[in-house]
Design a protein around this ligand. Structure first.
Ligand SMILES: [Zn+2]
Length: 453
């Protein structure tokens, strides 16, 4: 347990006392109880100590006992905010539908048409407001969003996120090739110029928690020149990069035919300067061990999107193998290839995938639910290069947290006297939903319930 040097007298602190469950680099799940945790005015955790230090802390930090928020034993506990490392904000209208086709056909039939609608500002505002509220209610404190090719509409998404208080990376989608749906693409120069305008405008707005991310859609919809220009722009500005890789077999074959001179899919991005320690690639289902080694060497991360991989029939990503290769992994909902906006759902789908891989090979080392909990929190923050800011409860990090209450009206599960704290936590992971997430905090600020709800 640690704490920072005490603050000047009179600084307003939020102080919580009770059970905290989180992951660390050395332990996939730790239950800390009973603890006392302080958050300062800037939203940072300034102490986390055993409760027997309460008296000492209250003198050092000048808070009174009556101002401590005491969680109800067993019924209430804090977990870190959930991190969604891959979600298409613009596909939200389709969420829960259109899951009957494989990736490439799905893009043409359903996805490009809905994304095209975001040139309309009214439609944009309505959809993005609903989406960001939905993800926040589901405990997503950090999200890595794809928007569309429309710059102003993507900037609107940023202002909605800022207004509602979520932490996010947001990408204006870049794509200069689209033979199958020609009305949804942009010219090469436009794509680059608009990306620069998007980054400049977003940076100029100085939103504290919303950052730009360079977003070539995926290899089949980007020319080599576009990828090269985006790669060198991202490197020169030190920007994060997101895209898709090796999601389905047909897509991998297509990329092979488009870039026969490249060793594999990973090599295409690598040759275009798009693979570094600020890169996150979604899926990676068909990456070879050689490609995983390149990911490890470059420090690039993978967003595991199990619901989407099953829903679109793409395949099963082997997280264990990627972890053995020391590749950074987070979880993604991949709305709307994935039909749920909830990272809890992504965790459950990840558990199903690891079990199915276990059926296929008797000596397969399945992931534990604790390891998957770590992927959804600390792992995601690490994959996005934010693990010094968020992901767990450590002094100096921002307080991004969900207050879970297992005894709410109409709770989706019941707790019995014999249940241990771990049983209760598992019930929440497997059966809980937004009804149990009674408060959500980002950088110390309560963002759920919504201020005017
Ligand atoms: Zn995606």
């Amino acid at each position: 347990m640690t704490s920072k040097a005490p603050c000047p007298q009179g600084e307003s602190l939020q102080v919580f006392k009770g059970t905290f469950i989180h992951a660390t680099h050395t332990s996939p799940m730790e239950t800390l109880t009973p603890l006392i945790l302080g958050v300062n005015r800037t939203g940072k955790i300034v102490f986390i100590e055993n409760v027997d230090k309460e008296e000492e802390l209250s003198q050092a930090w000048h808070f009174q006992k009556k101002n401590i928020r005491v969680l109800r034993e067993r019924e209430e506990f804090f977990i870190p905010g959930l991190v969604d490392t891959h979600i298409h904000a613009s596909q939200y209208p389709n969420m829960g539908t259109c899951l009957d086709l494989p990736l490439l056909e799905w893009l043409v039939r359903y996805t490009f048409p809905v994304e095209s609608k975001f040139k309309d500002p009214k439609f944009t505002e309505d959809v993005y407001t609903k989406l960001v509220k939905r993800t926040l209610r589901n405990g997503t404190t950090t999200a890595c969003y794809f928007a569309t090719i429309h710059t102003d509409s993507t900037l609107k998404l940023c202002s909605i996120i800022d207004n509602l208080g979520q932490r996010a990376f947001v990408g204006k989608v870049c794509m200069d090739l689209n033979d199958l749906f020609p009305e949804y693409k942009e010219k090469l120069c436009e794509s680059v110029v608009e990306t620069k305008r998007f980054v400049a405008e977003l940076t100029g707005r100085e939103y504290p928690l919303v950052k730009p991310i360079v977003t070539p859609r995926f290899v089949p919809s980007c020319s080599s020149e576009l990828m090269q220009q985006l790669g060198s722009y991202a490197s020169s500005e030190g920007l994060h990069i997101q895209s898709h890789i090796s999601e389905s077999r047909a897509e991998v074959e297509l990329v092979k035919s488009l870039f026969p001179e490249c060793k594999n899919y990973t090599d295409v991005y690598d040759r275009h300067s798009l693979l570094n320690d600020k890169t996150i690639m979604a899926h990676g289902v068909y990456l070879s061990n050689d490609e995983l080694k390149v990911f490890q060497k470059k420090g690039a991360a993978i967003s595991h999107c199990p619901n989407s991989n099953i829903s679109l029939g793409s395949g099963l990503f082997d997280v264990r193998n990627a972890l053995h290769h020391q590749v950074k992994i987070g979880l993604g909902t991949d709305v709307s290839g994935g039909y749920s906006p909830s990272v809890l759902n992504a965790m459950r789908a990840a558990i199903d995938v690891t079990k199915i891989l276990g059926f296929q090979s008797s000596n397969y080392e399945r992931l534990t639910y604790q390891e998957i909990f770590r992927l959804a929190t600390l792992g995601g923050s690490q994959a996005l290069g934010l693990d010094n800011v968020t992901g767990n409860f450590e002094v100096g990090k921002d307080f991004d947290a969900i207050l879970v209450n297992t005894n709410v009206p109409n709770s989706p599960f019941d707790v019995f006297t014999d249940d241990t704290q771990e049983d209760i936590f598992q019930k929440f992971l497997n059966l809980g939903d937004d009804r149990n997430m009674v408060e959500v905090y980002v950088a110390g600020k309560k963002v759920v319930p919504f201020p005017n709800a």
